[in-house]
Design a protein around this ligand. Sequence first.
Ligand code: SF4
Length: 352
Amino acid sequence: MVKRRKTKKVGVGQVIIGSSAPVVIQSMTKVPTVDIARCVRQINQLVKAGCRLVRIAVPTRADTTAFAKIVRKVNVPLIADVHFSPMRAIEAIEAGAAKVRLNPGNIKKRESILRIIDAAKMHKTAIRIGVNEASIRDLKKQAIPIEKRIALMLKEMKKYVRLFENRKFDQLVLSAKSSDVLRTIEINRSIADTFDYPIHLGLTHAGLPEDAQIPSAVALGTLLAEGIGDTIRVSAAANPIIETEIAKQILISLGLYKRSEPELIVCPMCARAGIDITRLAGLVEKALLAIDKPLRVAVMGCVVNGPGEAADADLAVCAAKNKGYLYRKGRKISTVPESKIIPTLMKELKKL
Ligand code: SF4
């Protein structure tokens, strides 16, 4: 079991982030915020896919006006994504944002940040403060050499946290973003060692889904396995449902997400496979769409290793030539011809 890092707990609407609270999946809407109907539709799809927080960009006044309407139409806490304008942050807070994502480095005046903090305090809005590797510059606005960036990002974060704490604000979530896997791991470890606020994990500019999922899984998975990370977002140039699915898979692989649907385990296949396992697994996967329980089902190619490797499956099929052996929790329950494997499996699944 992953031992989660002890942190302060931060309330984002009805969702709690931090410590032993479940790691929260979030994603962002990718339709214009002013298109309220499409935005609401995408938010509802994200919730159905497993998001418990949804972030929306509000770059203009029209967006925060739309944000206020969207908040009233959905049943999930919304995060306003603000970059440069303190006014947008305050408008979003007044519009009902449960959390605001802010990069204080992008807001020039200290007074403006203090006004945002005061508004957040008044409306019980959480704030995620972020430092981004790409925006770390020296005093002459020159890019910083790689080896110095982690230290500077941490220094920057300390400065922001101090500003919020001096204003007696502690509903903070911290994030440090990089597009590099190793630096993402390193900076988040440093932040976890330094602060006891919940951490938002993500890898920026991760690419198309096929390019994004492995780097994201390595960076986020490494940190989560160490107990670091309280809310995650996988970034991919794709429909946010795909981001959510990848995030869910990362959490499931670490035992950090309680699935509600069946899990299908398939052996990697070798020359011992008694029948076409890819075809059989495809048929089982299709059949499992009708089941809405978190059952573990295994499809194994042979009886040499299959029964042992599938011993903790609720149901397993281990193939032999033209037939299949069915196992329930590691115990053999029947032998059926290949044509009867799927109907028998479904019958047994229904019993469970
Ligand atoms: S279960 Fe059997 S067929 Fe599948 S990989 Fe293992 S040994 Fe090979």
